[in-house]
Write a protein that binds this ligand. Sequence first.
Ligand code: PGA
Length: 256
Amino acid sequence: MNKDLRQAVIAGNWKMNKTRPEAKALIEELKPLAANAGCGVVICVPFTNLETALALTEGTNIGVGAQNCHFAKSGAYTGEISADMLAEMGVEYVVLGHSERRQYFGETDETVNLRTKAALEAGLKPIVCVGELLWEREANITEEVLAKQVKLDFAGISADDLKKTIIAYEPVWAIGTGKTATADQAEEACLFIRNVLASLYGTDTAEAVTIQYGGSMNAANAQELLSKTNVDGGLIGGASLKAPDFATIINAATNG
Ligand code: PGA
């Protein structure tokens, strides 16, 4: 396993936070702090902030992502946004299958798969989230759960498209709870996911895929998590809402 074969990416998942003026202030504060990053930097903002984020990050090293997209190209899907609509704006990334979408909005592996295909077809880079629930970890079925999610979420997706995709390993029990997976637990799960990818796509492809850890990653614990061979960056919720904390995590990935 060789960390140098792939790019570490630190992505902020703002979730349902920040009005436009608040988003502007946060991005302005972040820009100079992130300017010398030695890793990819992305902010995944609410739909209402996409235009602001795109304008403010133009010409910088900060990429912009959305937090979901629909799988249909267009049509009678009230309240939804298509991958083409995002791509046309200049959006580069989209978070898909986040556990909050799975838990509160009926997202399934089947719809995550359809959304991932739609995003790739539109030229977006999906950040696809997988991860086990607390009871699944306690029942010792974490690997079974992750293998099933990876197989179903990427069913029918080519090796070339997989390489454009980021996978975020997010143990659901660690999201927003302040309970971080230990660095060893994160490494073990990310390595397991990479091995599943290797069995499906071959080692070269598996080695090229960026696999992030997400779940209460913060300024204090990032360095240890990001130093692990198979942890290629992070998907950051709460700590991405504070520019200095997010910048500390970016620096940890740069050094990791
Ligand atoms: P958290 O969220 O960092 O606040 O735990 C991570 C995520 O949901 O992507």
